[in-house]
Design a protein around this ligand. Structure first.
Ligand SMILES: [Zn+2]
Length: 243
């Protein structure tokens, strides 16, 4: 169920209008808001979109959200534009903000094609040159990932999975590869398609193979494990994609 508690506004110094941040950024402003405040609004709306409490392809009313969360329209607008930047929200003429539609089959295929080009190569490179500190971080993250039974833990798993794939992309040592992968926002789209614990159990086992190959510094095995993980992930979600 979506969280319905009002977002705390007590750590906001002043939020008089939507231009405050622009002025502050331009160096003319006297007003500073806690950056965590818009982030909190963003997280609540993001969770509602990910859990389908806000269904796909549905108009999002700024008034309703402001009322429900007990905040002004300004942070809602800022959060919505952040959500637009990551592809969960679209802005339409005359209709305002809408939740993004679920991926259709063709878009899902394209997303996985791109992942299959980028990520196995990134894993190969990471096996060769990821430093030991980053490798330890990766191992700790993989150990902390547990299959989600509830939606909340599933959300957490989606975030951790995104981070794990990002760490490997970063470990490739090629910032263009990392940036390209992050722009796909693949985890948001994939995890929104399906909520199920069995998905995460299988992924945990595949990650174990991947981490074993990376920590033994075996580029061939790392590339293969990543390719298999992505192919299996595709097989798990494709039945849930739209037409
Ligand atoms: Zn994964």
């Amino acid at each position: 169920m979506a969280r319905r508690s009002p977002v705390r506004e007590d750590h906001v110094s002043v939020a008089p209008d939507g231009d405050a941040r622009d002025r502050a950024e331009a160096g003319q402003g006297r007003i500073k808001r806690s950056p965590g405040y818009v982030e909190e609004v963003f997280e609540v709306i993001r969770a509602d979109i990910m859990s389908l409490a806000i269904p796909p392809d549905t108009r999002i009313s700024i008034d309703d959200l402001a009322r429900r969360l007990g905040v002004s329209q300004t942070p809602i607008r800022e959060a919505l534009s952040m959500l637009e930047a990551i592809g969960l929200v679209t802005k339409r003429h005359f209709a305002g903000y809408c939740s993004a539609p679920q991926l259709n089959r063709r878009q899902l295929d394209q997303l996985y094609e791109a992942r299959l080009l980028i990520e196995p190569f990134a894993a190969r490179r990471a096996a060769e040159q990821m430093d030991d500190t980053a490798m330890a971080e990766l191992v700790a993250l993989a150990d902390a990932m547990t299959p989600g039974e509830s939606r909340q833990s599933y959300d957490k798993f989606a975030d951790q999975d995104s981070e794990l794939h990002d760490l490997i992309a970063a470990g490739s040592g090629n910032p263009i590869i990392r940036e390209t992968l992050s722009r796909l926002h693949s985890h948001l789209h994939i995890f929104r398609l399906r909520f199920h614990s069995e998905v995460t159990t299988e992924a945990v086992n595949e990650h174990a193979d991947l981490i074993a190959a990376l920590t033994s510094r075996d580029p061939d095995a790392a590339e293969k494990a990543m390719r298999e993980h992505i192919q299996r992930s595709y097989a798990r979600v494709v039945p849930f994609a739209g037409e």
